[in-house]
Design a binder for this molecule. Structure first.
Ligand code: EPU
Length: 350
């Protein structure tokens, strides 16, 4: 590890990444740069080691699959400060640095009496990663609460601030995903209300709250219910390598969904991104193809949720990707629907 002046950042050569991705697959980075504070980024981006290939900014490593080694330098931003920068008694503006663990941030916000993020409890990863794929769960997407995103823009060679509209949030989508390798999120500003009607319609939540004996749920109750449901349904990456949902739920033309319903009456169908589209459940489609609990060597599909690929120990990223391709091909063949990975693929394309 080379220490740099003032320790604003440090560089390691040929760094192992196994403990830095929640799939727990082996991969190396030619350079790993650990950055204490965002203000060091102009200096970091000027390093000769970053010129050969676009760098990868790694958060919690919970939404990517290393199908091979990282082609370029891997950056890790450690700054994790959180503070309220405005508060009119109704809504607080919170500034959170990218390195903050997402779930800790959700708990902190609830502790401050702020609402909105309770449905997003226990999502792995960091604050900085949250807007990139517009994390969502149990009827809430983070984009609803993002006021601005601060990023280093490689194209501009400058820090920029994007308001929510400029972030172009969609289902598991944003401008950061649309223009990969361009902007590196350094902090997120959230607008969080002090009061809000709880959002508890998502299937499973009312049942969980009832089982908890809660009649008028507070945001903390909702978070607790979400934590219970997630813990039951989704494997803990600390115990079984995974990256949450491996596939996005496909959005298809409404007419195609109608045609599929005619032959598959039990198929869950949700509203799409317009009146002309519908969203299907990739988990259901994969389950129907018989993959739940499947295992080939150490690469497998969770027995609890068909949408989650798991690493039982020593699976390689390439083996997990090969399994993902087999799953997608079977869904395509049986239902005529294309499903695509949700995590970022490193060293391969879909
Ligand atoms: N289903 C099955 N078999 C399964 C799993 C699910 O048939 O093995 C069916 C069920 O019928 C259920 C439907 O699929 O009605 C939906 O399942 P679930 O409620 O678990 O939600 P999901 O659509 O599979 C999405 C997100 C999750 C998020 C949950 C809850 C995506 C790709 N995934 O999953 O996000 O936690 O909703 O809101 O949108 C993630 O992105 O990593 C993630 C875990």
């Amino acid at each position: 590890m080379t220490r740099m002046p003032g320790d604003a950042f440090r560089i390691a050569e040929n760094a192992p990444l196994r403990s830095r991705n929640t799939f727990g697959v082996e991969a190396n980075a030619p350079w790993l740069v650990e950055i204490a504070e965002a203000r060091a980024l102009p200096q970091v981006f000027a390093l000769p080691q970053l010129q050969a290939a676009p760098p990868l900014l790694l958060g919690g490593g919970s939404n990517l699959l290393f199908a091979g080694d990282a082609p370029g330098a891997v950056l890790s931003l450690q700054a994790d400060g959180v503070r309220i920068i405005e508060d009119d008694g109704t809504t607080a503006i919170v500034h959170a640095e990218a390195g903050k663990t997402w779930h800790d941030f959700v708990l902190w916000s609830l502790g401050q009496g702020l609402c909105g993020l309770e449905n997003l409890a226990l999502i792995p990863g960091t604050v900085g990663a949250a807007p990139i794929q517009n994390i969502g769960a149990y009827g809430t997407e983070v984009g609803e609460f993002v006021r601005r995103v601060h990023a280093w823009d490689r194209a501009e060679g400058a820090f920029v601030a994007l308001d929510a509209a400029a972030c172009a949030f969609g289902y598991r989508d944003s401008v950061f995903k649309q223009e990969p390798d361009r902007r590196f999120v350094v902090a997120v500003e959230f607008a969080l209300p002090r009061q809000r009607a709880p959002k508890i319609e998502y299937a499973g939540l009312p049942e969980e709250l009832a089982a908890m004996g809660v009649v008028a749920p507070t945001p903390r109750d909702v978070a607790e219910a979400v934590i219970r449901v997630r813990t039951r349904k989704l494997p803990d990456p600390a115990l079984l390598g995974n990256a949450g949902s491996f596939f996005k739920n496909p959005i298809i033309p409404a007419a195609q969904a109608e045609a599929l319903l005619a032959t598959h009456a039990g198929m869950p169908v949700f509203r799409g991104d317009s009146v002309a589209t519908r969203k299907l459940s990739a988990g259901w489609l994969i389950d129907q193809c018989g993959w739940k609990g499947f295992r080939d060597g150490d690469a497998g599909v969770s027995a609890a949720h068909a949408l989650v690929l798991v690493n039982h120990g020593r699976a390689t990223g390439a083996q997990l990707l090969a399994l993902a391709r087999r799953i997608a091909a079977s869904v395509q063949e049986r239902f005529g629907v294309a499903i695509e990975p949700e995590p970022k693929l490193i060293g391969a394309s879909w």
